[in-house]
Design a protein around this ligand. Structure first.
Ligand code: CP
Length: 312
């Protein structure tokens, strides 16, 4: 049972908690595919979506998820709120609490910001990406797409290639996939792999071929141009030629392997266009998994609140 007030990361999520979210998300995904988008699991509740960073997928899918569940949704972009006048995160949280919001979905450029907000407010907080720390619902939607394809997560070989250093997606996937019994391989230029990933359970590979060979899942990560310091790699062209995934590299994966990317993609950099649009690409399916996973997370956190079981 997801007996939590907040969903902040997968670092401490158990196999049972992840399985419960994925099971419910799978059910919701089937319902969405059948056009059943009106559920009342959150009717009478308010979900505020508070983003201090740009987003397309995460913001819209959380909003869609809350609407499909029958909640009232409020969208706050930091640039147009009192944050722009200097209001602190704690004071913003207190204001949202005073308005009796039930859930706050927050994206913030500082790692740890959702933990501070969660301590401040009575509302449940869902981390929609905090700096270079975690992006739990992204990893959950990635795992949903993998589990639907292969019927399991245990034993899968997942190769993650790209800007691992700046990636909250890589960390949440590593925590979640290791808990579920998958093997996580990572490859990037040395300047884009933080020290200690091996101690967290990742297998660090010395070439893209080593990472992809025999893999079930090949996941590209965006080169985060906005977070790069000069000198991490010579140029985007050289990155693509030496570290990117093209058809020749992907051919080393298992014949039924799938291609994932959390988006947004730098086309032709971390993945070639041929790989993005490949018949084994599940990038668009990931987007639908995102709505379903966020519906499941909101539903289960709400049940824990209603039942007085939100003990963590
Ligand atoms: N995957 C992801 O977080 O995408 P957005 O930045 O568009 O939300």
């Amino acid at each position: 049972m997801l007996n939590r007030k907040d969903l902040l990361g997968l670092i401490d999520a158990s196999k049972e908690e992840i399985t419960e979210i994925l099971d419910l998300a799978e059910e919701f995904k089937q319902r969405i595919k059948r056009g059943e988008k009106k559920l009342d699991r959150l009717s009478g509740k308010t979900v505020t979506v508070l983003f201090y960073e740009n987003s397309t997928r995460t913001r819209t899918s959380f909003e869609q998820a809350a609407k499909y569940l029958g909640a009232t949704t409020i969208n706050i972009a930091a640039g147009t709120s009192s944050v722009a006048k200097g209001e602190t995160l704690v004071d913003t949280g207190k204001t949202l609490d005073a308005q009796k919001n039930d859930f706050i979905v927050m994206r913030h450029p500082m790692g740890g910001a959702p933990y501070l907000l969660a301590k401040t407010v009575k509302a449940g907080v869902l981390n929609a990406g905090d700096g270079m720390n975690e992006h739990p619902t992204q990893a959950l939607l990635d795992m949903l797409t993998m589990r639907e394809t292969f019927g399991r997560l245990e034993g899968l070989k997942v190769a993650i290639l790209g800007d691992i250093k700046h990636s909250r997606v890589a960390k949440s996937n590593l925590f979640g996939l290791k808990t579920m019994g998958a093997e996580v391989r990572m490859f990037a230029p040395e300047t884009l792999i933080p020290k200690g990933m091996d101690k967290l359970g990742a297998k660090i590979c010395s070439s893209r071929e080593e990472a992809v060979k025999g893999a079930d899942v090949v996941m590209g990560l965006r080169i985060q141009l906005e977070r790069q310091q000069a000198g991490n790699f010579p140029s985007l062209g050289e990155y693509a030629a030496n570290y990117g995934v093209d058809e020749k590299v992907f051919a080393l994966a298992k014949p039924n392997a799938i291609i994932l990317h959390p988006g947004p993609v730098n086309r032709g950099v971390e993945l070639t266009s041929g790989i993005i649009d490949h018949e084994r690409s599940r990038i668009e399916d990931q987007v639908l998994s995102g709505v379903a996973v966020r519906m499941a997370a909101l539903t289960l956190l709400n049940e824990a609140r209603n039942n007085g079981e939100a003990t963590k």
